[in-house]
Design a protein around this ligand. Structure first.
Ligand SMILES: C[S@@+](CC[C@H](N)C(=O)[O-])C[C@H]1O[C@@H](n2cnc3c(N)ncnc32)[C@H](O)[C@@H]1O
Length: 179
């Protein structure tokens, strides 16, 4: 809430006017850019979106969100059956895997998870909660309280994953390494 109030004070109407970077492969890039601008302070952006940090981008094609991470010299595993922009691949910072984003798990924990798969918001929220519960991304102040494996196992996906979370209108989820 406090962050949203700060954002409203910082930007006219609470909406930052962001410039579309011409070399980005999709306009979706602005969604993640806006999230970084609104949800993180400058100090957090500098500390958390640092060169060399690792990230997984679920539903990455054509690469608008991956672009934001690569622009910060982060290493990105881009998960999508679709094609990822050739310029991004040429950066040497992107590994593209044609895998199902709901099944993919990284071999070791990563600093960031971002997800823009077009799916039921509840299903995406549950997936992100599982990544937290499995220790695949660092804990965060926004970590769902129920995100432990035992609780998740007991969840009926139709109830826990959809009704409870859909009401909050979540779509597209990021799991920053806030401590
Ligand atoms: C809105 S687009 C993502 C746009 C991307 N964030 C960007 O900035 O360019 C949604 C993507 O999710 C992918 N997708 C949907 N379901 C998926 C799944 N189960 N596994 C991996 N990718 C999936 C689609 O192929 C599509 O490319």
């Amino acid at each position: 809430m406090a962050r949203r109030r700060r954002a409203a004070a910082r930007y006219p109407g609470g909406i930052p006017r962001l410039k579309f970077p011409r070399e980005a492969p999709s306009r979706s890039t602005l969604k993640l850019d806006e999230a970084f601008q609104v949800l993180l302070t400058e100090a957090e952006r500098n500390a958390l979106l640092r060169p060399g940090a690792s990230a997984v981008d679920l539903g990455a094609a054509p690469g608008g969100w991956t672009y934001q991470l690569v622009a910060r010299q982060m290493r990105v595993t881009a998960i999508d059956n679709g094609r990822v922009d050739a310029g991004l691949m040429a950066s040497g910072l992107v590994t593209h895997l044609r895998e199902d984003g709901f099944r993919y798990r990284p071999p070791k924990p990563v600093d960031w998870l971002v997800c823009d798969m077009v799916e039921k918001p509840g299903r995406v929220a549950e997936l992100v909660a599982r990544w937290f519960a499995q220790g695949l991304v660092p804990g965060s102040g926004v970590q769902p309280q129920a995100a432990d494996e035992a609780t998740l196992r007991g969840m009926d996906p139709g109830i826990a994953g959809t009704e409870g979370v859909d009401r909050q209108g979540l779509h597209g989820a990021g799991a920053p390494a806030l401590s």
